[in-house]
Write a protein that binds this ligand. Structure first.
Ligand code: C2E
Ligand code: MG
Ligand code: MG
Ligand code: MG
Length: 284
């Protein structure tokens, strides 16, 4: 009732907020429905070793196959899912779907290809290691089939607890990588305590290579930190041969990007494994 006597500008503003809220609620209930009705799907983007070009894994990236809007990219629903907590259910679906896919590929005779799952801060709870272990067991998978990508925002709160969870995941033999590295605020002093396998150079830095001196400096600094801490380092978003040449020269271990492959639906990924010879390393 108080708000009813406010000036017009305020009333207009709150109506605006109301619309934003309705839009969010619409997406949220749509996503809830999507989870239960098979509208989520995964694309897989391969990661390659720079040294010999063999495939070392693939990142699973979620998409929403919306009946009216077509294929909705994660940027349009993951941030909202993170805000509402629904990302926990999305994450459970993704882990389940990735392991089901891995089981199919394992039964087809492939050696383990590390399939990387993006894990949000809200999913990174003490219950996660047991869930990962249980899922691997249910699908009869070696831990070498799985990797978890976590972002720096996961590391910003309750660091001791986070390290405890990471240690339990690493103890399973599942590898961890630090995604979007360099875009957050993680303290370098903690970096040596994380049981991580790989640092991922964020695409925002890769994009500026080789023209932007700052991006080149940041990328080579991340590569050097990784080397000194005995972590591997991968660059995401590699689109040009010039970027690739710089990364190779600078000592980067792995690459991922449109230059090699876009994220592919499972069937196309499988075909590319066969036709492009990616599978040679995986089946040898
Ligand atoms: P990310 O984990 O950093 O994933 C890399 C993004 O860069 C992907 O976008 C990928 O398609 C895109 N990318 C890869 N190579 C290139 C390239 O050469 N050029 C360009 N322009 N882009 C490239 P995508 O699939 O739209 O995913 C965006 C973000 O959404 C991801 O960033 C990740 O943070 C989030 N996400 C995706 N799937 C999941 C998921 O299953 N769970 C959670 N929690 N987040 C997810
Ligand atoms: Mg990622
Ligand atoms: Mg990334
Ligand atoms: Mg990124």
């Amino acid at each position: 009732a108080k708000q009813g006597v406010e000036a017009d500008g305020v009333a207009f503003y709150s109506e605006d907020m109301n619309q934003g809220m309705h839009e969010r609620m619409r997406i949220e209930s749509g996503l809830r429905h999507a989870l239960g009705s098979g509208q989520l799907m995964l694309h897989y983007q391969p990661k390659f070793s720079i040294e010999d070009g063999h495939i070392i894994g693939a990142e699973a990236l979620v998409r929403w196959k919306h009946p009216e809007r077509g294929l909705v990219p994660p940027a349009e629903f993951i941030p909202l899912a993170e805000a509402t907590g629904l990302v926990v259910q999305v994450g459970e679906w993704v882990l389940e779907a990735v392991c089901a896919q891995a089981q199919v590929w394992k039964r087809a005779g492939l050696r383990p290809i590390r399939l990387a799952v993006n894990v949000s801060a809200r999913e990174f709870t003490p219950a996660l290691p047991a869930r990962v272990q249980d899922t691997l067991r249910r699908y009869d998978l070696e831990p070498a089939w799985l990797e978890l990508e976590i972002t720096e925002s996961t590391l910003m709160h309750n660091i001791e607890r986070v390290i405890g969870i990471m240690d339990r995941i690493a103890a399973l033999g599942v590898t961890l990588s630090l995604d979007d590295f360099g875009t957050g605020y993680s303290s370098l002093s903690y970096l040596k305590r994380f049981p991580i396998d790989t640092l991922k150079i964020d695409r925002s830095f890769t994009t500026g290579i080789p023209g932007d001196a700052n991006d080149c400096a940041i990328a080579s600094t991340i590569i050097s930190i990784a080397q000194q801490l005995k972590h591997k380092v991968i660059a995401e978003g590699v689109e040009t041969v010039e970027q690739m040449a710089f990364l190779k020269r600078t000592g980067c271990d792995e690459v991922q990007g449109y230059l090699f492959s876009r994220p592919l639906p499972p069937g196309e990924f499988e075909r590319a494994l066969q036709e492009k010879g990616w599978a040679r390393a995986a089946t040898a």
